[in-house]
Each structure stands twice: as C-alpha cells, then as structure tokens.
Ligand binder design. Structure first.
Ligand SMILES: NC(=O)c1ccc[n+]([C@@H]2O[C@H](COP(=O)([O-])OP(=O)(O)OC[C@H]3O[C@@H](n4cnc5c(N)ncnc54)[C@H](O)[C@@H]3O)[C@@H](O)[C@H]2O)c1
Length: 248
C-alpha cells in the first residue's frame, strides 16, 4: 500500500519542475493525480508518465490566476475522481524583470502577485469546500526562502511569497476544525529547468547552501510527508528546504 493510497491530489504547475516531481512521487505512492497547468502539452506529458508507471492521472488546463479557469479545473478534477484530498500549489515563479523596489518592473510586481499569491488564494478558495465535504485534507503551498530570511534583488517575488506564507497560516487556523491542514514549503535554490537557465553560483542563497542546491525530487519528498497522514499533527508550519543556507 502506498503512503497516499486512496487519496486524490491536485497539483498546480504540475507540468514542470517541482510540480511535476510532486505529481510523479505522489502517484508512485498511490494517489490519483489531477495535473493542472496552463501548458497542456506539459500536463499531458506528465499524465502519460504517470500512466506508464501504472498510476492514474488526468490533465486539466487553465490559468490559476483566473477565477473561471480555476473553477473549471477543480470541477474537472472532482468529476474525474470524486473529490480532492490534497492540494499542492506550485504554479508560479519569479523572473529576471524583478529587482529592488526602486527599480523593478511594476507590471512584474502585479504578475507575480497575480500568479503566486492570488493564484494560490483562488485554488485554496475553490478546493477547501471539497476538503470540508471529504472530512479533511492537506494543503501544501510553496513560498520561498526569500520570504523567511532577508534577501535582495527580487522584491516583487519576495513580497508575493511572503503573502503566501502568511495566508497559509491563516488558512491553517481557520480550517483546523474541519481537519484541513495547511503548510508551507520554503525552498532555497531548486534546480528546475527554469531556474537552472538563469541561476548563477554567486547567487547568495546558492552560495550559502551548505549541502548544495536542491533537486525537484528533494522538494517532492518533503511534499509527500506533508501530504500523507504521517504529518497529521503538523499545520501552519513553514518548512525550509535550503541545504542549510538560512543558518549560514
Ligand atoms: N525552483 C526554485 O529554485 C524555487 C525556489 C523557491 C520557490 N519556488 C517556487 O516553486 C514553484 C515551482 O517552481 P519551478 O521552478 O518548479 O517552476 P517551473 O517553471 O519549472 O514550473 C512551473 C509550472 O507552472 C506552470 N504555470 C505557471 N504559471 C501558471 C499559471 N498562471 N497557471 C497555471 N500554471 C502555471 C508552468 O506552465 C510550469 O509548468 C513556484 O511557485 C516557485 O516560485 C521555486
């Protein structure tokens, strides 16, 4: 029996990077997967990978920052598997248009707030009622080490991920009575294809990672713990996955 046998999980941004690694790991542990992404080819490919390994997954295409789109993705997922027990919000990420508040591209500020923060809010908003119906659930949101320690050079992203962190704690407080847990992962550098394309070894978080940067599979291992009943008494937690960068 897998650690997530009998559960259904929706992963946003499931087509690439951390989201993809979580989809594959959760499916390996027996979860039925709803792979949400605005890139249909990427989502479709991950669904094929799950099926090839003997698991069950459906793709749902849409934009997490658009309410109607989130409605439709959640409804399609519930139609496919009857409910949702686990929500992992991975859609998002910073960009090189970010910077210090005095210099950053203001459109980039709203883009990151819309996708990373508002998108996470919308998905929680639509999935929580499903979890209440199911008698509980686990929400896993992705913030960033940038929201936990002082960093510089990506102030829009940092602000947005700070919002994700605080909102997740508020969700944990409000829905504990429905047996819904909500936790935050705060990764340092994770070598996804997107980040590998621009990260440099002199990046302060990269440089201070005592154990080196993480791979997407490292994040998936932590997410699996938060998704499974092994973490049944853990809620409102902020778990750093930074190779020790924050204690450097
Ligand atoms: N990689 C890192 O170093 C790192 C560190 C800390 C936090 N994070 C966070 O982890 C999450 C995943 O990062 P990643 O590196 O795996 O990114 P990625 O670019 O590899 O994957 C993100 C996926 O999300 C999808 N997506 C983006 N915007 C979307 C939207 N509006 N609606 C639906 N799908 C959308 C993309 O199509 C892509 O498949 C992000 O929230 C990022 O901020 C990443």
């Amino acid at each position: 029996m897998g650690r997530l046998a009998g559960k259904t999980a929706l992963v946003t941004g499931g087509g690439n990077g951390i989201g993809r690694a979580c989809v594959l790991r959760f499916a390996e542990e027996g979860a039925q997967m709803i792979v949400a992404d605005f890139n249909p080819e990427a989502a479709g490919k991950v669904v094929e990978e799950v099926a090839a390994a003997g698991g069950k997954a459906v793709p749902v295409t849409g934009d997490v920052s658009d309410e109607a789109s989130v409605d439709q993705m959640v409804a399609a997922g519930v139609d496919a598997f009857g409910g949702i027990d686990i929500l992992l919000n991975s859609a998002g990420g910073g960009s090189t248009r970010d910077g210090p508040v005095t210099e950053l591209d203001l459109d980039e500020f709203w883009r990151t707030v819309r996708v990373d923060l508002f998108g996470t809010l919308l998905c929680c908003r639509k999935v929580i009622p499903e979890m209440v119906r199911a008698g509980g659930g686990s929400i896993i949101n992705i913030s960033s080490l940038r929201a936990v320690i002082g960093t510089h050079g990506a102030d829009a992203y940092t602000a947005s991920k700070g919002g994700v962190l605080s909102m997740t704690r508020a969700i944990a407080m409000q829905w504990a009575k429905h047996n819904i847990r909500a936790n935050v992962m705060a990764p340092g550098v994770v070598l996804t294809e997107r980040v590998s394309a621009f990260i440099k070894e002199d990046n302060p978080i990269y440089r201070k990672s005592l154990l080196g940067p993480s791979e997407p599979e490292d994040v998936a291992s932590l997410a699996l713990y938060l998704a499974s009943d092994e973490s049944r008494r853990v809620t409102g937690a902020v778990l750093r996955l930074d190779g020790g960068a924050s204690i450097y």
